[in-house]
Design a binder for this molecule. Structure first.
Ligand SMILES: C[S@@+](CC[C@H](N)C(=O)[O-])C[C@H]1O[C@@H](n2cnc3c(N)ncnc32)[C@H](O)[C@@H]1O
Length: 216
């Protein structure tokens, strides 16, 4: 973290061009987990499901799944980069979806406060780009951002042999209480990990003005 140069998120997305890359394989897992959730009626209350994706990139983990599901979903994607946000909007239109893509700072609660609590929250490509303190505040915030019975899909890459920060994320959620681990997908030969946790607790507290800021 804290590289000299800020990450070029357009270049980062190009790893998706290689179908065998760790990122592409992670994408397949995220899409599968999201499709499973939407097919699972326990995910939400009656009526359209609500979904919020923070730092959504070009929306490729979410939009094709929304286009393929029978579930009615009201979706909001928040992405700071205007080019990527425009790409998400264009994909949504191409897929015949009516999705609210916001070109905003997702770390600022005001960017999405009007739509929470939601049934599905995506934190993909977020937890590895923020400080440990912000990981904690974001996970605390997630409990307040979800309906009871709602679910967060999160990702966290492993750094190398012996260092697997995804285990810290799981531990934080376990220790917080109220979370049920629905799935945890760990690649044996690639760095990606995908967690799926359902919020079954009773949310207490209030959201701060900001959950996180990217440090990479
Ligand atoms: C690691 S990528 C993940 C993209 C997408 N969620 C995915 O997994 O394909 C991180 C994304 O967060 C965006 N980003 C960085 N800081 C942000 C912020 N404060 N608010 C919203 N988006 C941000 C970047 O532009 C980039 O698209």
């Amino acid at each position: 973290m804290s590289p000299d140069q800020p990450t070029d998120w357009h270049a980062w997305h190009q790893e998706y061009d290689d179908p065998g890359s760790s990122l592409s394989r992670r994408l397949t897992v995220v899409r599968e987990q999201l499709a499973n959730l939407l097919a699972d009626r326990r995910v939400g209350r009656p009526g359209p499901l609500t979904l919020l994706s923070l730092c959504a990139g070009d929306g490729r983990d979410t939009l094709p799944v929304l286009a393929a599901t029978d579930a009615q979903v009201t979706a909001v994607l928040v992405e700071l980069d205007p080019v990527l946000a425009d790409a998400a909007r264009a994909s949504a239109v191409g897929l015949g979806l009516d999705v609210d893509v916001r070109t905003d700072d997702a770390g600022l609660v005001a960017s999405w406060l009007d739509v929470v609590p939601v049934d599905v929250l995506l934190l993909c490509g977020v937890l590895g780009n923020i400080s440990d303190d912000d990981v904690r505040s974001t996970l605390r915030g997630a409990a307040l951002m979800l309906q009871q019975g709602g679910t967060v899909i999160w990702t966290r890459g492993a750094q190398g042999a012996g260092d697997d920060p995804s285990e810290r994320v799981r531990e934080l959620l376990r220790d917080a209480g109220g979370w049920e681990e629905v799935a945890f997908v760990k690649s044996d030969d690639a760095s990606y990990r995908v967690g799926v946790h359902r919020w079954e607790g009773i949310a207490a507290g209030v959201l701060a003005d900001r959950l996180f800021a990217f440090v990479s």
